[in-house]
Every structure is written in structure tokens, then in C-alpha cells.
Design a protein around this ligand. Structure first.
Ligand SMILES: [Zn+2]
Length: 192
């Protein structure tokens, strides 16, 4: 079975008691024991999380509610320290540098929008080492682009010490979540 985050292949012992199964290569939560169906197939926990998020994005629920699920799922799947969702200002009237507001957060957080502002500015994924609350972390940021504008930014505080392949996997995953969230109908509120 392949890890959906880093792509590493490995054997998974499904006969073990139910519980989280962590990818030995990247540390992401790869599979969950209880999600073994009657035919014995193991469903990837990450793929299931992504599917649940996609379904929620198609429903008419407030953006804060989706954001809450999004940050929790991302943190859980990546076994990260924490995650945040910053929402862009729809009116574009706020001064430069104050265009993002925090709508959802879980776990350990970065208390300034600086990194998210940068991601919003460049409209590109970012991955870099930083210090948060005195500890080294890997910051991962992905813009949520809608109608060529950055509608939101997803920021993740990830564990350090991972290999480049794992890091690329984390980034790919956060980008995928950003793409799903970009299609969210709740984001259209306030758009002219
Ligand atoms: Zn992995």
C-alpha cells in the first residue's frame, strides 16, 4: 500500500487492534484501523478525510464551519503541530498588509499573519523553516485561488526533520486541500 502523502510503499498489518497507523517514511497518518470494511479493504484515512471535506464544501454551510473541519483534518492527516485558515478580505478596501483574517485554527499556531500574507502576495505555495513559540517548525502555506484572486491561505505548522520527498508530499497535500476549498460555495459570499 502506498502512502497518499509521500508515496512510500509499505506493508500494513491490518490485523492489529484498531488505531492510527502512521507512515514510517513521512510520519503522516496513513491509515486508520477501524476503517477496514467487511471485505477486508483498508481505506486510506487521508483519502477519506479529503472526500469528507469535498462533500462539506459542496454544502451550504458557513465558511467558518468548513474552516474548522479543514484545519482539524489537515493537522490530523499530517500529524502536524497545528493549522490555520486565513480568509482574504473580499472588499479589497483594507490597507496593504491587513488583508487576511484568521477564521479557523487548531493546535499550535503562528500568531502573526506575516507568512500567510506572503503566500497571499506571491500566490504561490511556500515551505520553510521557522521558529514558533521557541521551537523550530516547518511552515507550509498554500493560497486558495478563486477567480485569479487569493480568497484564503492555508497555513500549517509541521514537524521538522522530514526528508525532502516527505516535505514535497506535505505541500502536495496542502495544495490539494486548497484546491478543494477553492471550489467551496461559501466562499462566493461577498464576491461581486
Ligand atoms: Zn508517507
Amino acid at each position: 500500500m502506498r502512502c497518499p502523502i509521500c508515496g512510500a510503499s509499505q506493508r500494513v498489518d491490518v490485523s492489529r487492534p484498531p488505531g492510527d497507523c502512521v507512515c514510517a517514511s513521512c510520519g503522516a497518518l496513513a491509515w486508520i484501523g477501524p476503517r477496514v470494511d467487511s471485505t477486508g479493504n483498508v481505506r486510506a484515512a487521508i483519502e477519506q478525510s479529503v472526500e469528507e471535506l469535498s462533500q462539506l464544501c459542496r454544502r451550504d454551510v458557513p465558511v467558518e464551519q468548513i474552516g474548522d473541519v479543514l484545519v482539524k483534518e489537515v493537522t490530523h492527516c499530517l500529524a502536524a503541530h497545528g493549522a490555520m485558515l486565513w480568509l482574504g478580505d473580499q472588499t479589497r478596501r483594507r490597507p496593504r498588509g491587513k488583508r487576511l483574517r484568521l477564521v479557523a485554527a487548531t493546535g499550535r499556531c503562528d500568531d502573526t499573519p506575516r507568512f500567510a500574507e506572503e503566500v497571499s502576495e506571491t500566490q504561490r505555495d511556500e515551505l520553510r523553516k521557522a521558529i514558533a513559540e521557541g521551537q523550530e517548525v516547518l511552515l507550509i502555506g498554500a493560497p486558495v485561488v478563486r477567480n485569479s484572486r487569493v480568497a484564503a491561505v492555508i497555513e500549517v505548522l509541521q514537524r521538522t526533520g522530514s526528508r525532502p520527498t516527505a516535505q514535497r508530499g506535505y505541500l502536495r497535500f496542502v495544495r490539494k486541500v486548497a484546491e478543494i476549498f477553492a471550489g467551496c460555495s461559501a466562499l462566493s459570499m461577498g464576491e461581486s
